[in-house]
Ligand binder design. Sequence first.
Ligand code: VNL
Ligand code: VNL
Length: 168
Amino acid sequence: MTNETLLIPNWKTRDWCSAQKNSLSKPVADWLLEEDSMTRRCERYCHKVTVQPLFEGYVSASSLGKEQSELPTDKRYWIREVFLFGDTIPWIWARTVVPEKTLSGPEQQLIELGDTPLGRYLFSQAALERDYIQVSLQDSLWGRRSRLRLSGKPLLLTEIFLPSSPLY
Ligand code: VNL
Ligand code: VNL
């Protein structure tokens, strides 16, 4: 694996629009509009999915990108950024933004994921809902952004599909 393939895609300046099925080709829609766990989906295309955390920690509202308008105002936000690998190949760069107020009760586990894929936690939760999914195409890379709720409390997920991912 070369360093080049591990470049973090540009996410801060991306424009997002609501996902309209008819504006996406079938295979792209099939990936971007996946409603079940992306981790589980990736597992169908390789032997082993692993996540490599790049950053986990709190930031203030001022260091969020355009994400701020998608989430309630809070004092701090928990950020998790990872590369998801299919076997040895980086497939997805993913960023999760969790307002501190969301981290009450069982949701406190979100800050203890380490190298456990987020989906393993999220999709074991009965109280998971999705508000919306948005998509984006920039620098030839597809991305999607979802606002989810756990027990009614919001979090924002961004996933950018890297050139070697099976989406392409
Ligand atoms: C979603 C799907 C989120 C699969 C995931 O988080 C996932 C989603 C990791 O419904 O947006 O693995
Ligand atoms: C993670 C893994 C996040 C797979 C993802 O989307 C994802 C994670 C936000 O472990 O943080 O698709």
